[in-house]
Design a protein around this ligand. Structure first.
Ligand SMILES: NC(=O)c1ccc[n+]([C@@H]2O[C@H](COP(=O)([O-])OP(=O)(O)OC[C@H]3O[C@@H](n4cnc5c(N)ncnc54)[C@H](O)[C@@H]3O)[C@@H](O)[C@H]2O)c1
Length: 433
């Protein structure tokens, strides 16, 4: 088939799959989006967006020009020459990898796999998932052989949600193939939509690359979280120190402390490696230490709230606490694994009356992790409401929030994001956490 009429499918149209589908469509590739969520499929076909930072107009334009369509019908995979899988890879309740979404997708894809089709996994996972678990399912359910009858590869996603500077086309793409021919096919596929392709020797090397990238972040965030506590005890502002250190033009990269890790990647992915390493009798001490420090952060922040209240002769028990920012990072509407939920839980356990404000999460939807908060609504943003809380805890600092109004309206602010750094506030009103 010629490059011009390349036709592919993307399975899983979430935060990763949808931007990737749009990038391929923009590059002139015909994209069929597949998802088990019929609401997402209907939204795409109607030219609507369900992700805040993706514009409906972009989707509508691609749908109108017939370069993008969506379906729940896996039999339509017969129409495509490549299938890219972007489904979730969470941890189960015992904090172990849950690759069931990948395996279920494999079972759904296999019966419709044509000879010569390329299958690429993008979901973050442990080394061995693609050429082991996924290959096994695809071969068993299709009767075809990987590397002989169909091609197989892994290419990790490097999406940076909410960063307007981040463009899928410009982010180099690491690709590993099951065989050299698989790699060739995958390079040609991504070369259609992405400027720089970085080939590696195997699917496992590509899987391991993604885990290194995310573990690197987790470990460095743990380091600055530890320093926040240590320097805080010494009366030194860690934010000032990081700002000064980052003026070093080499050998330093800034990471920032916070109330705990959030999102679908950094709190989760390192434990995919930890789990797999055990099979080889290896221990990931660094990763686990980082996890320990990062998961201790919400309790540290809640203790700072208690100290701030104590200074006003108020107990945490019975006080009204507003958590500001529910999304896991600024300027996005994604609340998966957000530390704000851990803060809400801890505050509630200690008897506080809790509420939250987030312009991008007007109501909490049911989810795997925090169904007990489902249905709770964001409070309104006005003087009377904000002043009715004993303390406001800044958990996620969206740019759209007016921090000067917050300083003027709130009784007391506990800031875990340095959001109040350049805001005028009376002495003693803002506590760092
Ligand atoms: N969100 C990020 O910033 C990011 C960045 C890099 C890597 N990743 C990785 O990419 C993968 C996907 O993450 P995401 O954030 O896009 O998840 P998501 O939850 O936003 O999207 C996943 C989509 O897959 C669909 N789905 C689930 N099971 C399916 C099945 N059997 N068949 C078809 N569709 C199915 C869901 O309905 C959903 O629409 C994960 O492995 C994640 O770790 C995410």
């Amino acid at each position: 088939m010629g490059a011009k009429d390349m036709s592919i499918a993307i399975v899983g149209l979430g935060y990763v799959g949808l931007p990737l589908a749009l990038q391929f469509a923009r590059s002139g590739v015909k994209v069929l989006g597949l998802d088990i969520d019929a609401a997402k499929v209907a939204a795409i076909n109607a030219g609507q967006s369900y992700i805040k930072h993706i514009e409906a107009a972009t989707i509508a334009e691609m749908v109108k020009s017939e370069r993008l369509s969506a379906t729940t019908d896996f039999s339509r995979l017969r129409e495509v020459e490549a299938v890219i899988i972007c489904v979730p890879t969470p941890l189960n309740k015992n904090r172990e990898p849950d690759v069931s979404y990948i395996l279920k997708t494999g079972e759904a894809v296999a019966p419709h796999l044509g000879r010569g089709t390329l299958v690429v996994l993008e979901s973050t996972t442990y080394p061995g998932t693609t050429d082991g678990d996924l290959r096994e399912v695809l071969e068993r359910c299709s009767g075809l052989k990987a590397g002989v009858d169909f091609h197989l590869a892994f290419s990790p996603e490097r999406e940076d949600p909410g960063n307007p500077q981040s463009q899928v086309a410009l982010i180099p793409k690491v690709v590993g193939g099951y065989t050299p021919a698989c790699l060739q096919r995958a390079r040609a596929l991504y070369g259609r939509a992405i400027q720089t392709i970085v080939p590696v020797s195997s699917c496992r090397a590509a899987e391991a690359t993604k885990l290194l990238e995310n573990t690197f972040r987790s470990v460095n965030i743990a380091l600055v979280n530890e320093l926040k506590v240590v320097y805080g005890a010494m009366g030194i502002d860690v934010w000032e120190v990081i700002a000064a250190a980052k003026t070093k033009p080499f050998g330093f990269m800034p990471f920032y402390p916070g109330p705990g890790l959030g999102g679908h990647c950094i709190p989760i992915d390192p434990f995919y490696l930890t789990w797999k390493a055990r099979e080889y009798g290896q221990h990931t001490r660094f990763i686990e230490l980082a996890g320990e420090i990062n998961t201790a952060m919400p309790a540290y922040v809640v203790n700072r709230v208690a100290e701030a209240l104590n200074a006003q002769r108020k107990p945490l028990n019975g006080s009204r606490v507003l958590v500001l920012g529910l999304a896991y990072k600024p300027n996005v509407d994604d609340d998966r694994e957000s530390p704000s939920y851990v803060l809400l839980d801890l505050l509630k356990q200690r008897g506080a009356e809790t509420a939250y404000y987030d312009p991008y999460v007007p109501v909490i939807h049911p989810s795997r992790e925090h169904s007990h908060w489902a249905g709770t609504r964001s409070v309104a943003w006005d003087r009377q409401t904000i002043a009715s809380f004993d303390v406001v805890l800044i958990s996620t600092a969206h740019d759209a929030i007016n921090y000067q109004e917050l300083a003027d309206w709130a009784n007391c602010i506990v800031d875990s994001r340095n959001a109040m750094a350049s805001v005028q506030a009376p002495a003693g009103k803002v506590w760092m956490a």
